[in-house]
Design a protein around this ligand. Structure first.
Ligand SMILES: Cc1cc2nc3c(=O)[nH]c(=O)nc-3n(C[C@H](O)[C@H](O)[C@H](O)COP(=O)(O)OP(=O)(O)OC[C@H]3O[C@@H](n4cnc5c(N)ncnc54)[C@H](O)[C@@H]3O)c2cc1C
Length: 459
């Protein structure tokens, strides 16, 4: 079967690319290949009763399928060049921001209307932070919430389903360059296209690596972020979260000069398990619907680890640390800040005595047996620094869940149009290593779609 454009991966990168292609040229024959299920079939079998832990489904409904890794996320679309990816290095700062704003407009049109846009512009917290050696990064954040995020995806699918051919449960095995385009090879069939957009996200990172090897496309990988998820009473951060929702605060540690940052803040949210290649790590989310909200706020504190030659496997390093916590705790470990500082493990009874109820059923333990000293020291220093702008952060009962790991895909060599050295082969979204967020991944999809559509216009 021959298509004009084939998109591999139906995460935000792939979806917004398909959407934009249809906006500019509805005549184009476009196909989307997705390893996971259609949105309505994305159901994780863990029900907490019969099935309590991951059973390793062939396709993980949490990470794969229409909507990609972000389908059940908090749906925070950050409109900023300060974090979430380095798209601006390729497109320029203004264009990157314009694309993210455009994605925001689409989200509003397809179900997100009425959701709140938070902004750091003009906030007094910037001054308060800097006075305490903390740095609040500039951003606007559209918070869709897990529920509305899902509605937007449903509506986008409804718009696309009769315009674009979707192949669900169809992982692409390999991509081959041919004379007039590309061959997309699946288990039972081979498809052809003139242009190919690869948007396989984090779950497709190993596959992406193999495609780059086959096609001799240069890649580079050296970063992983490791840390904990902090959970505390929502009141402690309410003055920040009510105004900003998500505050990205960076701190440079006195001891090592490492950068520690807050990440993925979930006011009145819940801490959740995350399964990455069978390793259980921690994450968090929150709901727009007040009925589903909790009394706690959670966010990650992450320390970025950059490696230099000869070490190349930064993700392997992160995985090993996460495995250690799984070995000791059978999954995620939870520890009270007070216990950590005293050098003792948390126990069931110490957690029960706390004035906060954990939102995740994790194993009480000792994070100092898991996290490297340098990383743990940085996290402790940051907690004390945050305590100055949000008193109560360093309270005895503040809960720390570990470990949280943010894996980065290797960076794939592409030009300013996100086109590889092969004409018509674009690599976008988190799979390219250039983006690490919903807004940047979506924006990268819009960008290449416009580029492809303009080439068809010229022809
Ligand atoms: C729990 C969680 C919460 C998050 N919350 C937020 C948030 O609030 N805000 C934010 O900005 N970011 C968040 N993120 C990150 C965000 O989801 C990603 O940055 C974003 O989804 C990346 O989009 P993408 O299209 O590049 O890749 P993905 O969303 O990962 O989509 C890639 C798709 O490609 C498919 N695929 C992979 N390999 C193949 C193959 N060989 N053949 C066919 N298909 C393939 C996968 O099945 C997947 O569906 C969160 C992530 C997680 C896991």
């Amino acid at each position: 079967m021959k298509f004009d454009v084939i998109i591999v991966g139906a995460g935000p990168g792939g979806i917004y690319a398909a959407y934009e292609l249809m906006q500019h040229n509805p005549e184009l024959k476009v196909a989307v290949f997705e390893a996971g299920h259609a949105l309505n079939r994305r159901i994780c079998p863990i029900d907490g009763k019969k099935i309590k832990t991951c059973i390793g489904c062939k396709s993980c409904s949490i990470m794969s399928g229409f909507g990609g890794a972000g389908a059940f996320s908090d749906g925070k679309y950050n409109i900023t060049n300060y974090f979430g990816g380095t798209l601006y290095e390729y497109l320029g700062k203004n264009q990157a921001l314009d694309l993210m704003k455009y994605v925001d407009e689409i989200n509003l049109k397809y179900g997100g209307e009425g959701t709140k846009l938070y902004s750091t512009a003009g906030t007094r917290f910037k001054t308060v932070c800097i006075q305490n050696d903390l740095h609040l990064l500039d951003a606007s954040v559209r918070h869709l919430g897990t529920d509305i995020n899902y509605v937007v995806l449903e509506n986008l699918y409804e718009y696309l389903e009769n315009k674009v051919k979707f192949f669900f449960d169809t992982p692409v095995s390999s991509v081959a360059a041919i004379d007039d385009g590309y061959e997309i090879i699946c288990k039972d069939s081979v498809y052809r296209c003139k242009d190919c957009i690869i948007s396989v996200g984090r779950s497709g990172s190993k596959w992406m690596e193999s495609v780059c090897k086959q096609l001799d496309i240069t890649t580079n990988s050296n970063r992983v972020d490791i840390g904990v998820r902090v959970e505390l009473p929502a009141a402690v951060f309410a003055h920040l979260t009510d105004e900003l929702y998500e505050s990205k605060i960076v701190y440079r540690t006195k001891e090592y000069g490492d950068k520690v940052r807050t990440f993925c803040m979930n006011p009145k949210g819940a801490v959740v398990n995350e399964n990455t290649n069978g390793i259980i790590t921690v994450n968090g989310h929150s709901y727009e619907d007040p009925e589903k909200q909790t009394k706690n706020t959670n966010f990650a504190l992450l320390v970025a680890k950059h490696f230099s030659e000869p070490f190349k496997d930064s993700n392997g390093y992160g995985e090993s640390i996460a495995r250690l916590s799984n070995m000791l705790g059978g999954g995620v470990i939870v520890q009270r800040f007070g216990d950590l500082i005293r050098g003792r493990r948390s126990t069931e009874s110490r957690i029960k005595e706390a004035f906060i109820t954990p939102t995740l059923d994790a194993t009480p333990g000792d994070l100092s047996l898991v996290l490297p000293k340098r990383i743990l020291d940085g996290i402790i220093e940051m907690i004390y620094a945050l305590d100055k702008v949000a008193p109560g952060t360093a309270n005895e009962d503040t809960l720390l869940y570990g470990v949280e790991v943010k894996f980065y895909n290797m960076e794939v060599e592409v030009d300013n149009n996100l086109e590889s050295k092969y004409k018509g082969l674009y690599i976008i979204g988190d799979g390219s290593g250039i983006t690490h967020s919903l807004s940047h991944a979506s924006a990268s999809g819009v960008h290449v779609a416009r580029k492809i559509a303009s080439e068809y216009k010229k022809a």
